[in-house]
Design a protein around this ligand. Sequence first.
Ligand SMILES: [Zn+2]
Length: 307
Amino acid sequence: MKPTWIDTHIHISDYGTDGVKRDNFCQALGDLLDSSDADLKFVVSADCDYNSRILKDPSYILKCNRFVHEVCQEFPGRVFGSCLITPNAYEESLEAMNICFGEWGFVMLGEMLGYMMKFNLTDENSLKLVQRAAEFDVPIQVHLGTYVTMKGYAPNNSMDGIAQIADMIRCADTVPNAKWIMAHAIGCAPFQHYIPWANMFLDIVQGHYGCFPENFWVEIRDFYCKALPRVIQEVPHDKILSGTDWTTRIGPPFAPYGTCFEATQGQKTPYVPCVATFIDYLKKAGATDDVIELIAHKNAEKLFKLK
Ligand SMILES: [Zn+2]
């Protein structure tokens, strides 16, 4: 029997990076799910093309979430929705949340892309929407830059992880009943000249709270990350999720599940991309079979109330 594996961080789009509509999107996604070495389940949000459309036209907030809803309906019990919003379009975002969580059964808010959509989680509109997510009892997935490169860094860009976690913690302390997912906090890059933030994220959370908070979860993006043994040792095992940031930017046929994020931008995935590889990395990092089961699916099932 295939092991169950829930990935909580997947971006999908029925438009290619060239802007061309993919009419065979669901067929291609189904092929990927069926051909995996695991019983794969995804929590998905809209990707790429939709993000830039939302910036120009807030009516795309509901449109992109409707696309996600339609994909979820094609794959009941296998694909679950995450609601993409931007607090800068408050009314459209609130409406999308009410429909996604109130009617469509979405399980998460996010990914919250403050660097791209130009907002802070402590903005007045953000605080109101985060409070609304807390009322729906869905976790909020917050983008935290995974690593920094000396050439790529600029304040407020995607790599500015320390400013991003500071913003997230300020918001978490203001809305204490919200649940938080530290998106791609544990990871690295498939190239040499980078500094991963993983250890520093763990230090900041430990330093600020003195322990790992009850309402925080941490995503492992890259299972070959050097910080993985520390995560297994220090983070409560019921607080660890698998969220690889896999996207549908390549294809169809899409890149194999497990292909690392940067492979969409010309880098090579430095391992055989499949679930067996991830399980192997977890074992080498000291995870027991029981802990692997938690990270593979049980923590996600509980957090998203999937069973
Ligand atoms: Zn992200």
